[in-house]
Design a protein around this ligand. Structure first.
Ligand code: ADP
Ligand code: MG
Length: 732
């Protein structure tokens, strides 16, 4: 039979196996099976580190039978067989009911697969599947490296292994597999052919084989992803847009004249870059990455002003109502009469700044939408409400997305689609992201970076307050806060939860796709007490350590009016201490606030803490951020907090964040669909490879013929692009 990559597995394997593979592992074709790579390789005599297994893990281990004991069960008929297996350091119990074991003899080696359970404090597998390795019929045993595949209850690792061998036998090797990578590219990077790499990854002889093969297979993933992105960049570059050149004497000049500070060199440089791109009739697609507090808003505002001067409208999309309201307020304040064209005290040469959020009352919403539709609102600031149907722009020239890590590509595209012609797009993200993420998740955008903070900033000192190790430090923390307030400053106290009857940890106004609790804390699971709540903490502080100070609370369950009023009062220094959830996480800008106390800091993710801390680094005074936790310093979570306290380099923290979260989350949250393509490629470790693949992809598409000379690559790219489209449609 002629096997191809598209051959259905049922034609190569038994019907039952093929069905189980399709149902439990989504493996349907020969291609699927060949691209189902081993997770790791077991080796005889190697310590498989049984001790590290967690209860609930589904695993396959290579181990040797040490002891077999059977006894009659006391409470019911039948026998219980306990088999102790081990490898190097650890031992583990296998428990079987009513089964006879001629085969499981002491000294035998086998693969054992099951879910790890616990019984009387030792780990055990109940009724595991197992596959003994006899050494006679099993040539893999001689190979010494046994592939361990991601498996399921119905399809074990060794069934997959056997299936691959069947496939090899049926096809007479992997010769039928065509290699999509151009040969000269392979030669340049010293990569084996695809058939050779597949053979080595599934049936390796040495660890070197595996490494070499994996390198090659990672290239497939990286190159195809980068080709999709490069194609998207090229397509975007060919779209017809509208040039919005600079016009002297307009809003932009007025903004520059009104700014109470000089722009930093970085702001100026990025500003020039944006001004030039806006002047072209191809739509700009740019990512502005900037450290928290680096002053991205002003850069965006200047771009918006240029577009308004050229007769277009600019929309600013913010992730929360608090942030949208703050942007609208500060833009209006900066523009003064220029923001009130059409009003009595307005300057007719100016424009209107309109806020559009979900909580507007019907009449206000109608009015806002009308101003958007007739073009009198040059600057439109809003939340998701901007994306809704019925919001029509007269002439949308620029879309700015603030805090892009809170939005998916879908939202960006939805707003873009509101222009007659594709508008210019500026995406801003405050969490500095590792270069690899910039190259993948945001790979269809050109990137600008603001590294420099405005001068004259006091900076933030951070420390961990470990209440288990040093209970007295918490009192000292409140004292410090009181000292700052006495000196005329203000403070935030942040808690993970609102309180009263909210059960979950999330605040409803917390942006979607928030980092959430990191994996290793278990986010309020089982034996831990519930996370501290704003309402409880505010009351305790009011009656205790902060008695006499003016406290206010802020959280997502308050009405938008109440939130707005509280933020205004805080900005006007009528409130000393704001006790809040993460609604203050992104963008909130009150330069007089200098202290932040984060309660249960261990319940927040790394980049979330960095964002929070950014709230108290905004003025000329030195900021102080105290991370209060019950977690001990010696635990991994304690160490993570220590790292956050030790560095304020967002790029370094972004890396730490990537390490503590699973990559799928990073990709998944920011962009759907990509994950399916990335099996071996690691955003953490493969920076060089990704950069090289990006360069190759750009080169491959640089000529007029596109991928015409590389039909294999073109097909893979088309398949990935379609997958993404399909997922996008499903989500819509
Ligand atoms: P982010 O990049 O985190 O969004 P913002 O745009 O909110 O930062 O700016 C942080 C603060 O710095 C604001 O109060 C802003 O007015 C101020 N700021 C921006 N640019 C400068 C500058 N060049 N000099 C001094 N202060 C600045
Ligand atoms: Mg901001």
């Amino acid at each position: 039979m002629a096997v191809t990559l598209d051959t259905d597995l049922s034609r190569v394997l038994g019907a039952k196996t093929a069905k189980a593979m399709a149902e439990s592992l989504d493996l349907r074709t020969v291609r699927d099976l060949l691209r189902h790579y081993p997770r790791r390789y077991a080796r005889r005599g190697e310590m498989t580190r049984l001790d590290d297994l967690q209860v609930g893990d589904r695993v396959t281990v290579l181990a040797q039978v040490r002891r077999v004991t059977s006894r009659k069960m006391r409470n019911r008929p039948g026998t219980l067989t306990e088999v102790t297996v081990g490898d190097g350091a650890g031992e583990m119990q296998l428990v079987f009911f009513n089964r006879r074991f001629g085969t499981l003899e002491e000294g035998a080696w086998g693969l054992f697969a099951g879910t790890v359970g616990e019984y009387r404090r030792s780990k055990q597998f109940a009724h595991p599947d197992f596959h003994l390795i006899t050494g006679d019929d099993d040539e893999d045993w001689a190979r010494a490296l046994i592939p361990i595949y991601p498996a399921s209850k119905d399809v074990s690792s060794w069934v997959i292994q056997k299936s691959i061998r069947l496939l090899l036998d049926a096809s007479g090797g992997f010769g039928f597999v065509e290699d999509p990578l151009p040969e000269d590219l392979r030669r340049r990077h010293g990569l084996p052919s695809l058939p050779a790499a597949l053979l080595d990854v599934h049936r390796p002889t040495t660890a070197d084989d595996v490494e070499h093969a994996q390198e090659r297979l990672k290239w497939d993933e990286a190159l195809i992803l980068q080709l999709v992105l490069a194609a998207r960049r090229r397509a975007a570059a060919l779209e017809p847009g509208t040039a919005r050149p600079r016009r002297p004497g307009g809003l932009l000049d007025a903004v520059d004249a009104a700014l109470p500070f000089a722009l930093t060199d970085g702001q100026r440089a990025v500003g020039e870059e944006l001004a030039a791109e806006l002047s072209r009739d191809q739509p700009m697609h740019r990512l502005l990455q900037g450290e928290v507090g680096s002053g991205k808003t002003v850069v965006a505002l200047r771009a918006m002003a240029q577009v308004v001067d050229a007769g277009g409208q600019a929309a600013l999309l913010a992730p929360t109502e608090v942030l949208a309201a703050q942007h609208a307020r500060s833009i209006a304040a900066l523009l003064g009469p220029l923001a009130r064209a059409g009003e009595l005290d307005g300057d007719p040469a100016g424009t209107k700044v309109v806020l559009l959020t979900g909580s507007l009352k019907a009449a206000a919403r109608r009015e806002a939408r009308a101003a958007v539709a007739d073009g009198s609102a040059g600057i439109v600031v809003g939340t998701h409400a901007l994306l809704q149907q019925g919001v029509d722009f007269a002439d949308l020239g620029l879309v700015v997305v603030d805090e892009q890590h809170r939005f998916g590509v879908e939202q960006r595209d939805a707003l873009r689609a509101k222009g007659d012609r594709p508008p210019h797009v500026l995406v801003m993200t405050a969490t500095p992201i590792p270069r690899t993420v910039a190259m993948t998740v945001y790979g269809d955008l050109e990137t600008s970076v603001l590294r420099q903070l405005p001068s004259g900033r006091g900076g933030v000192a951070s420390s961990v307050v470990p209440v288990s190790d040093k209970p007295a430090w918490l009192d000292r923390a409140w004292e410090r806060l009181r000292e700052e307030v006495a000196a005329g400053r203000q403070a935030y106290v942040v808690c993970p939860r609102i309180g009263d009857d909210d059960t979950g940890t999330a605040d409803t106004d917390a942006p979607e796709g928030a980092d959430g609790a990191p994996d290793d804390t278990g986010g309020g699971k089982d034996d831990r007490r519930p996370p501290l709540a704003v309402l409880d903490v505010a009351e305790a502080l009011h009656e205790g350590p902060l008695a006499g100070l003016r406290l206010a609370v802020l959280h997502g369950r308050m009405t938008p009016e109440a939130k707005e009023a509280t933020m205004r009062a805080f900005a006007a220094r009528e409130v000393d201490v704001l006790v809040a959830t993460t609604v203050v996480e992104v963008g909130v800008d009150v330069p007089n606030a200098t202290v932040m106390v984060v309660m249960d800091a261990d319940r927040f993710g790394v980049s979330q803490l960095h964002q929070l801390r950014g709230r108290v680094a905004r003025g000329k005074h030195q900021g102080l951020c105290l991370l209060v936790t019950e977690v001990r310093g010696s635990t991994s979570t304690g160490q993570r907090l220590a790292s956050v306290a030790a560095t304020s380099d967002g790029f370094e923290l972004a890396r730490l964040d990537l390490e503590t979260r699973r990559e799928g989350d990073v990709l998944g949250a920011a962009q759907s669909g990509r994950r399916s393509n990335l099996r071996l490629l690691s955003l953490l470790e493969d920076e060089e490879l990704i950069a090289a693949a990006r360069a190759e992809a750009t080169d491959l598409l640089a000529g007029d013929r596109g991928l015409a000379d590389h039909p294999g690559l073109a097909a893979e790219v088309a398949a990935l692009a379609t997958d993404e489209r399909a997922e996008y449609l499903e989500k819509a």
